[in-house]
Write a protein that binds this ligand. Structure first.
Ligand SMILES: [Zn+2]
Ligand SMILES: [Zn+2]
Length: 394
C-alpha cells in the first residue's frame, strides 16, 4: 500500500517540488513609498520596464512612488520613471542592503533579487530568494542565534515544510509568503554581521550550515502530504493532541510524553486568582453554576496528571479556551485552594501541539540527532528529500 502511495506521489508531483526559490512580500503592511537599495556583495542589474541599468558595487538605487509609477535615481542622478523594476544579482551569491525611508525603517540585508511594483499608492517590495537562504533567514528570526547545529536542522526542516505547504497563501498578492508572523517571521538574510549595528552573530553560520545540510528535506505524513509542523516553547512534559486545541485531529499531531523539557525555562508557571473571580468567570463565560454541589469541588480542586481536553470533564469548557481567556502560559494546569484564592499551577508554555522546542534543545544536548527528534514529536511521519525524488524520476 505504501509503495502504491509513493508511486502515486511520484506520478502526480505537487507544484512545490520544483521550487528552488520563493517570493517573499517585504514589509507589506507598511505601505512603503520610498526605499533605498544598494549592493552588498556582487554586481546587480536593474531591469526597469525595458531598460537595463548596471548598478556598480558602490552605487545605490533610490526608488520612490510617483503618480502611479516608480521613480528611479542612482548616484548619477535621476534615471527615469517606470511601472515595474527588478534588481537582480549577476551571480548566485549576490547580497544587498535595503532601507525603508518612508515610512522609516531599520537597515536590513537580503540575499538574491528584489522586485518593486506599484500597488495602490505605494510600493510593493518582493524578495526573490533561494529557498535554503530564506529558510536560514527565518530560522535566525524565529529561533535566534544561540542554539545548536542539530536544533537548527530540526527548525530548518520544519520551516521548509511550512513554506512549501503554504506556497499559495498570498497568491492573490502575487507573492508566495509574507515576512510577518502571519506566515513566518523573516527579517532578511541570515547574516553574520548586522548591517545596521555591525554586531557579529557567530551562530548565524550554524544556521546557514543547517539549512544547506538539510536542503530539500521535508516532513510528510502517511499519505505523503506535507504535515502541519506545529511547534511551541515547552510542552510541560506531555504534548497535546491537535484536536484538543484546534478541533481537527491529525494523525501525526498526537500527544506524546516528553521527559526532556522539565528543567526548561518555561517548565512551570503559577497564577493566583480570587475564588470569586473564578466563579464569576465560570458563570458568565461558561454558563455554569460553580456552587452546584457536584461541580463546586471540581471547580476549585482540579488536577491534570495527564493532559486533559476539558475542564473538570465538562465539554462546555475546553481547557484551551480557559488558557486563551485568562492568558495562561498553557492549558496544562491544576487548581488548588489557598484561603480565598485559587492557585493555578501550570506546566509548559504554548499550545503544546507538535514539537516542544525546549525539549528538542535538551535532546540535542544528549547527542540525539534531528531525525530522531522529529520522529519523537511527530507520529509516523516520513522525512523525504525532494531532490532524490526528482532524481528517481529521471
Ligand atoms: Zn502571510
Ligand atoms: Zn516538552
Amino acid at each position: 500500500m505504501r509503495l502504491v502511495k509513493i508511486l502515486l506521489f511520484l506520478c502526480v508531483l505537487p507544484s512545490f517540488i520544483e521550487a528552488t526559490t520563493v517570493s517573499i512580500g517585504v514589509l507589506v503592511s507598511q505601505k512603503l513609498t520610498t526605499i533605498i537599495f544598494s549592493p552588498l556583495s556582487g554586481d546587480y542589474v536593474i531591469t526597469a520596464d525595458s531598460a537595463r541599468i548596471i548598478l556598480g558595487n558602490k552605487d545605490l538605487a533610490y526608488l520612490t512612488y510617483s503618480n502611479g509609477k516608480i521613480s528611479l535615481k542612482t548616484l548619477k542622478g535621476k534615471i527615469g520613471t517606470y511601472s515595474a523594476i527588478r534588481i537582480e544579482s549577476v551571480r548566485e551569491t549576490g547580497t544587498f542592503k535595503f532601507k525603508p525611508v518612508i515610512p522609516y525603517g531599520t537597515l536590513r540585508s537580503y540575499d538574491d533579487d528584489l522586485e518593486i511594483r506599484v500597488v495602490g499608492k505605494h510600493l510593493r517590495v518582493i524578495n526573490h530568494v533561494n529557498l535554503d537562504k530564506y529558510v536560514a533567514g527565518v530560522v535566525k528570526s524565529e529561533v535566534g542565534i544561540a542554539s545548536s547545529l542539530e536544533l537548527y536542522k530540526v527548525q530548518a526542516i520544519i520551516c521548509r515544510t511550512y513554506s512549501l505547504s503554504n506556497f499559495r497563501k498570498h497568491e492573490a498578492d502575487n507573492y508566495q509568503l509574507c515576512d510577518k508572523v502571519h506566515c513566518q517571521v523573516y527579517a532578511g538574510r541570515c547574516a553574520v554581521t548586522d548591517p545596521e549595528t555591525g554586531i557579529m552573530y557567530s551562530g548565524a553560520e550554524r544556521i546557514t550550515k543547517a539549512a544547506s545540510m538539510t536542503s530539500g528535506i521535508i516532513i510528510v505524513d502517511d499519505n505523503l502530504e506535507l504535515v502541519t509542523a506545529a511547534f511551541h516553547s515547552n510542552c510541560g512534559g506531555q504534548t497535546a493532541n491537535s484536536e484538543d486545541v484546534w478541533s481537527k485531529p491529525l494523525p501525526y499531531l498526537r500527544s506524546v510524553r516528553d521527559t526532556f523539557c522539565s528543567h526548561g525555562r518555561d517548565a512551570r508557571w503559577k497564577r493566583r486568582i480570587p475564588e470569586k473571580k473564578w466563579f464569576s468567570y465560570l458563570t458568565k463565560s461558561c454558563g455554569l453554576d460553580p456552587t452546584e454541589s457536584k461541580f463546586a469541588k471540581n471547580a476549585t480542586s482540579f488536577s491534570q496528571g495527564k493532559r486533559g481536553r476539558y475542564f473538570a470533564g465538562n465539554q462546555n469548557i475546553p481547557l484551551h479556551k480557559i488558557r486563551r481567556d485568562w492568558r495562561f502560559k498553557s492549558a496544562y494546569f491544576s487548581i488548588y485552594k489557598q484561603y480565598d484564592d485559587l492557585i493555578f499551577s501550570g506546566k509548559g508554555f504554548g499550545h503544546g501541539v507538535g514539537l516542544c522546542q525546549q525539549g528538542a534543545m535538551v535532546m540535542t544536548d544528549h547527542g540525539i540527532d534531528y531525525k530522531k527528534i522529529i520522529h519523537h514529536y511527530y507520529t509516523d511521519v516520513t522525512l523525504i528529500d525532494i531532490g532524490s525524488l526528482k532524481y528517481l524520476l529521471k
